[in-house]
Design a protein around this ligand. Structure first.
Ligand SMILES: [Zn+2]
Ligand SMILES: [Zn+2]
Ligand SMILES: [Zn+2]
Length: 344
């Protein structure tokens, strides 16, 4: 008969005193002691007063294939369930484990059903996960629907659910909408982080150009870098050097009509905002901006302060993960460096 008797030691078990009746009339003999010890629900059924005291107790488990019932009873005896059974009867076993309060089996089934989730059955499985109070499986179904909604919408399961359970439809649509906006938020956050990282790198390059000099721009008292080792962030340095050159020569710089000059101005201001060197800094206008900020005190522009904070933290992050550009160990102390002190 059923396999649990083959696997358990028959001799050590007393005579079966309960029969499990399946939907097709199959009777599986079992032991009240074992059933009651693993399932509090079974225990309740067994303890209930029965009409015929002398006769065996019969527990009907209708509504699921008899093979699923057999696998279920086998699990109650052995705490084991084959992959094949999970594959064939996973959803039935999930329902049974929920009804008879068998958490280990429920966990196994949720996992197994989740692994075999497909567009065709996702709506049905979602409904089952809701009924059986299985949050992991529920979330997995919702995510699959959010990711492949176009395909899910075409399934029979979806159409049936739409006609019969408008509240569930609403619940799913709400989840999808929230998932979309979550995705957008993450994307925006990533883009912002990239911007702060770029600005932080630009700050490193600006200091390097103004202190050590790069290929075409550098302090007057230093040789051009062309004759030395190439710099490792040249893609950024190149653009920055062009911008500095433009800034030094542009006729429209002062009246604020030139967008490139405005950009350079912002970069210099940003440098000054995050620069912690006092007199030794060789970046143009660093001190002037600092003085100006001191005069403005803490007032000023909240957005600007936020930007400074973000770039400073991006910079701290990158200094943790990347080796710092080699800098000359000794920095000369030179007072103010205007743009004219540069070799352009
Ligand atoms: Zn460089
Ligand atoms: Zn300009
Ligand atoms: Zn500075």
């Amino acid at each position: 008969m059923s396999s649990h008797f083959q696997s358990s030691n028959l001799n050590s078990l007393p005579t079966p005193d309960v029969q499990i009746l399946t939907s097709n009339g199959l009777r599986i003999p079992a032991h009240t002691g074992i059933l009651a010890s693993v399932s509090p629900v079974m225990e309740n059924i067994i303890d209930r007063p029965h009409k015929h005291h002398s006769s065996e107790i019969i527990i009907p488990i209708p509504g699921v294939p008899c093979e699923a019932v057999s696998a279920f009873i086998q699990f109650l005896y052995s705490s084991r369930c084959s992959e094949e059974e999970l594959e064939k009867y996973g959803i039935h076993l999930l329902a049974l484990s929920h009804v008879y309060l068998i958490p280990q089996l429920k966990h196994k089934c949720s996992k197994a059903v989740g692994q075999r989730l497909a567009i065709e059955n996702v709506v049905d499985v979602l409904q089952l996960a809701r009924l059986c109070d299985s949050p992991d499986l529920y979330l997995k179904c919702m995510k699959m629907m959010a990711n492949s909604f176009k395909a899910v919408e075409k399934t029979e399961g979806w159409k049936f659910m739409q006609e019969n359970d408008p509240f569930l439809e609403l619940e799913i649509l709400q989840f999808i909408e929230e998932a979309e906006s979550r995705k957008k938020r993450t994307k925006r956050h990533r883009e912002e982080q990239r911007l702060y990282m770029e600005l932080s790198e630009a700050m490193d390059c600006l200091e390097h150009i103004c202190t050590e000099g790069c290929t075409t721009v550098g302090p007057c008292d230093l040789e051009p870098r062309e004759k030395r080792d190439p710099c490792n962030k040249f893609s950024i340095c190149e653009g920055l050097q062009l911008l500095i050159k433009h800034f030094a020569e542009c006729k429209n710089r002062v009246n604020g009509k030139c967008s490139r000059c405005k950009r350079m101005w912002q970069l210099l201001r940003l440098h000054s905002s995050i620069c912690d060197r006092t007199d030794s800094c060789r970046v143009p206008l660093c001190r002037q901006f600092k003085l100006k900020m001191q005069l403005e005190k803490k007032g000023g522009d909240t957005l600007w302060r936020l930007l400074v904070k973000k770039v400073a933290s991006a910079r701290a992050m990158s200094s943790l993960s990347l080796p710092k550009r080699k800098r000359e160990e000794q920095r000369e102390t030179i007072h103010d460096h205007g743009i004219r002190n540069f070799r352009l």
